[in-house]
Design a protein around this ligand. Structure first.
Ligand SMILES: [Zn+2]
Ligand SMILES: [Zn+2]
Length: 384
């Protein structure tokens, strides 16, 4: 037992660790992190979700620190508090639920220890500021760490997190359901908030059956939008058909964009400016998926770029200049959006579809994702 943590917390823990890029995770015993300093919390992890970013990190394309415990979207119970958390609770009284030992929280890919002083922290647009958090900082602060990239994440029994990264979970949401919402759900909800679409808008999602897409379809339907989903794999297509969101779903392998346009209005709308979706959210990393989305977007529509392929996307200047398509990038945004997301999740019974694995099975989990199983893959700490 580690004296610094108190008697109920062990001194070592099980974790999945990446030691070298492009090689499997190693399941091993490592020292418990902490104790928490300043605004940090020690969390006993209940569930941890796998994000595409974890795959990119493991490939070495991001760089980052090694050895590393992956996962930046997870959920668990607070077991120890840093010395400044009480002050954080006071500043946010009436805004945020108090963070205490035993509180159930979700951990989002918000910055870990942002500085609050650099140019980025002082000048970020309002939607990218932690403006509800007392001290202002940017969600992109270059001085901050990112869990799973240069600070240990959630594929372990315990994790140190920053209290500005967490949200208190409603009692009705399990750790298993919360974990995939912390990045995938938060990102998609931020896309709807950032898009600020008119009520009843028609919104398309390319890659609708993946980890982000299938949650996005549920959010869109819950927020009252007319949803259109595109995918090109059997598993993900079946997954979203089973969700019963009312979305119109198309298989891009057998449906040309022109056929989607005709199907949306039963061929009644002839003016090419008017036909199509008001906004398209692009999730896959391929140029083909990007172009498919652009082709079903109406004039003056919005393309929301959510993926970041290394080679980028080729954008047609015809689309931007002559069709007046706006291109908007999306990352998880304001904390208020995260809180609002959980209100919608609780009220509308939105649930991510997840395949569950024990912590020792992370390499199996990665394989399942690579094979395109659709939905999310989550480590459930109750499975041994
Ligand atoms: Zn993520
Ligand atoms: Zn900063």
């Amino acid at each position: 037992m580690a004296a610094t943590h108190g008697s109920s917390i062990p001194s070592t823990m099980k974790a999945q660790v990446i030691h070298t890029f492009n090689s499997p995770y190693k399941f091993e015993d490592i020292p418990l992190p902490g104790p928490p300093q300043g605004l940090e919390l020690l969390i006993r992890v209940g569930a941890a979700s796998y994000c595409h970013t974890d795959a990119i990190f493991a490939s070495g394309k991001f760089g980052g620190n090694l050895p590393m415990v992956s996962s930046h979207e997870f959920a668990g119970t607070i077991v120890a508090l840093g010395s400044d958390v009480a002050q954080f609770n006071n500043i946010n009284e009436g805004i945020l639920t108090k963070l205490e030992i035993g509180t159930r929280v979700g951990v989002a890919p918000r910055p870990f220890n942002p500085c609050g002083k650099c140019w980025e922290c002082r000048n970020a647009p309002e939607d990218q500021k932690g403006v509800d958090d007392g001290v202002k900082f940017s969600l992109r602060c270059p001085q901050a760490s990112t869990l799973g990239i240069n600070a240990h994440g959630g594929f372990a029994e315990y994790a140190i997190v920053d209290c500005r990264q967490v949200v208190v979970l409603p009692d009705s949401i399990s750790f298993i359901d919360a974990a995939p919402l912390m990045c995938a759900g938060y990102t998609m909800f931020s896309a709807f908030k950032k898009g600020d679409f008119k009520p009843g808008s028609r919104i398309g999602i390319v890659g609708c059956g993946g980890g982000l897409g299938h949650v996005g379809l549920q959010f869109g339907a819950a927020l009252g939008y007319e949803m259109v989903g595109i995918d090109a794999q059997d598993g993900p297509l079946q997954l979203v058909k089973n969700l019963d969101t009312g979305a119109k779903i198309f298989d891009a392998r057998v449906t040309e964009p022109e056929d989607v346009l005709k199907a949306l209005d039963s061929g009644a709308v002839k003016d090419p400016r008017e036909r199509g979706v008001d906004a398209i959210m692009i999730l896959p990393e391929t140029q083909m998926a990007f172009e498919y989305g652009m082709k079903i977007l109406r004039y003056h529509g919005t393309c929301m770029m959510i993926s970041t392929p290394a080679e980028g996307f080729h954008v047609s200047s015809h689309d931007v200049v002559l069709r007046d398509i706006k291109i908007v990038g999306v990352l998880p945004g304001r904390r208020a959006w995260l809180l609002e997301m959980f209100d919608v999740v609780a009220e509308k019974s939105i649930r991510p579809v997840s395949k569950k694995y024990a912590l020792f099975q992370v390499n199996e989990l990665v394989k399942g994702c690579e094979e395109g199983q659709g939905g999310k893959a989550v480590v459930d700490m109750t499975l041994k």
